[in-house]
Design a protein around this ligand. Structure first.
Ligand SMILES: NC(=O)C1=CN([C@@H]2O[C@H](COP(=O)(O)OP(=O)(O)OC[C@H]3O[C@@H](n4cnc5c(N)ncnc54)[C@H](O)[C@@H]3O)[C@@H](O)[C@H]2O)[C@H](O)CC1
Ligand SMILES: [K+]
Length: 505
């Protein structure tokens, strides 16, 4: 299975069942899961009194295994149950029976003197909000100074959404099995996991995953690279529609993003009144006047020949005019990246936009713009489903921005990004992102991959700069990230060339 695959709770159960059908004993999976938890505890922490808190299901079963193995390794172990003994069944009961030490019920003294807490209360089987005695136990764990190692997922976090169901554990580290689940990548779940270790428990076989964690290995092979014999006209053209004279910076940030990521030509389409402002800033980016939707349409005419992709939205203003300009782009053969005001200009009449979007167009809303366009209220944990549903509804690629940006395609595929530092939450940062995506699309990447690669680049540039970052820094950081990304790909090429040379000799 692709190591970047992200499985839902249901898919995880199906993968587990497939392994069992293939001849692996379910108790063996649980034994390995518990063993891996104990191994992580031993690797990460020195020997110390540990409390293993076990819940009613198989997550608790993993906890009993970890407790037995840590006790065998002579750790002082205390097992505390947050359920009635009778509720344990199947493999969990078997593992509870195999644990020979004392098991107590959770009370005020349960955590006295412990230096590590293993949270094996709930995993993928959490179905309802945490309340009552269980909540009291979770509160006591969070209030205790010892670090928490969560089994599979911090108890209280919903696997498929990363939302807190009533109350949740704050872990220092989380050991999960076989593959990550959405909650390990989506906030607030991701922050509650601490460091996530994905460990092998012996589940093999292919799985047709629909969700992936963003990484160059998903799209690196299709990432554009300049060739020796190529010229700028083969590297695509990005046009960027500017706002008025007092709002030109956003479009310039987008244009710079597009040029830095490698688009061969970038042109600013500016209202006449704003053209002098741009003229005093732009050097390698071309400047053309375009005041109306018709004039924009005129610039789109040779779109196919130059592989033109047009960005509209950054500070273009929420207006009928922006709507008409957007429609002019979508009714041409130019590709489109629609951001900010271009999206909000269709709030209340989204079908006028959805009817003309093409599958490869890219929308890049932040949560507020998304809610306005798709008329949905965003709740904690609703993001992944909302982005996938929106992509289907709009019939194009949707990039729902945030600390855990989702890139969704109409066929249900989704990528969750995980490399964005919080420093990226700054004015103009999203404008650069629109430019990066358009620049990659103009160079021939499909909308979905261009969006995933653009989002990853944006995060990597943010990491390169770090604290103090302003949006103007992002295009400047692109070359160093490009160098890092293309180096291994270049080495692969060099390897191939030398192999071919050897074969020819
Ligand atoms: N995926 C794998 O291949 C493996 C997973 N393992 C572990 O198994 C758990 C999932 O186990 P499951 O029994 O399905 O669920 P839980 O242990 O999370 O708990 C279910 C249990 O809890 C009750 N319950 C649910 N919500 C609440 C609530 N809010 N309050 C009280 N009680 C609640 C529910 O009724 C059930 O009784 C997975 O996470 C892994 O840790 C295997 O061990 C290895 C293979
Ligand atoms: K847990």
């Amino acid at each position: 299975m692709n190591p970047l695959a992200v499985l839902s709770a249901k898919e995880m159960r199906a993968a587990e069942q497939a392994a069992i059908n293939g001849g692996v004993a379910s108790a063996a999976l649980m034994e390995t899961a518990g063993k891996q938890v104990a191994e992580v505890a031993k690797q990460e922490w020195s020997k110390r009194p540990v409390a293993v808190i076990c819940g009613p299901g198989n997550n608790g079963g993993d906890g009993f295994v970890a407790a037995r193995l840590l006790a065998e390794a002579e750790w002082p172990v205390k097992v505390v149950r947050v359920c009635d003994r009778e509720t344990l069944k199947g493999d969990a009961k078997l593992m509870a029976d195999l644990y020979e030490g004392e098991v107590s019920e959770f009370d005020a003294n349960a955590l006295a003197g412990v230096g590590l807490i293993i949270d094996a209360i709930f995993g993928t089987g959490l179905t309802r909000p945490i309340e009552g005695d269980v909540k009291t136990a979770l509160e006591a764990i969070n209030a205790h100074p010892a670090p928490v190692l969560s089994v599979d997922i911090p108890s209280g976090v919903s696997t498929d959404e990363g939302a807190v169901l009533g109350f949740a554990i704050q872990a220092a580290r989380t050991v999960t099995f076989h593959a990550k689940q959405p909650a390990h990548l989506l906030f607030p779940g991701r922050a509650l996991c601490g460091v996530v270790d994905v460990v092998d428990i012996g589940i093999t076989g292919e799985f047709d995953a629909k969700i992936f964690e963003n990484h160059p290995s998903l799209w690196g092979a299709r990432f554009p690279r300049p060739s020796w014999m190529g010229h700028k006209y083969e590297r695509g053209h990005v046009m960027c529609v500017s706002g008025g004279p007092m709002s030109t910076g956003a479009a310039r940030l987008a244009a710079e993003g597009a040029l830095r990521i490698g688009a061969g030509l970038v042109t600013m389409l500016s209202p006449s009144a704003a053209a002098p402002v741009h003229a005093s800033h732009l050097t390698s980016i071309m400047l053309r006047e375009a005041n109306t939707a018709d004039e924009i349409a005129g610039h789109m005419q040779d779109a196919e020949k130059s592989n033109l992709v047009t960005i509209i939205g950054p500070a273009t203003g929420v207006s009928e005019q922006t709507r008409d300009k957007t429609l002019a782009i979508l009714n041409s053969s130019a590709g489109a990246v629609l951001d900010a005001d271009a999206l909000t200009s269709f709030a209340g009449q989204p079908d006028a936009l959805f009817d003309v979007l093409r599958p490869d167009d890219v929308l890049t809303p932040h949560t507020g713009e998304f809610s306005r366009l798709f008329s949905v209220e965003m709740k904690d944990g609703g993001k992944l489903d909302a982005a996938r549903a929106a992509s289907k509804k709009a019939g194009c690629i949707v990039v729902l921005k945030g600390p855990d940006t989702i890139i969704a395609a109409p066929d249900g595929l989704a990528i969750i990004n995980s490399n964005a530092p919080p420093d990226l939450a700054t004015a103009g940062s999203g404008d650069v992102l629109a430019g990066l995506i358009a620049g990659l699309k103009a160079q021939g990447m499909g909308g979905f991959e261009a969006a995933a690669a653009g989002v990853w680049f944006h995060g990597a540039c943010g990491q390169t700069i770090g604290p103090g970052l302003i949006a103007e820094d992002l295009p400047k950081a692109v070359p160093s990230v490009l160098r890092q990304l293309l180096k291994p790909l270049q080495e692969q090429d060099d390897g191939l060339t030398s192999q071919q040379g050897a074969q020819q000799q």
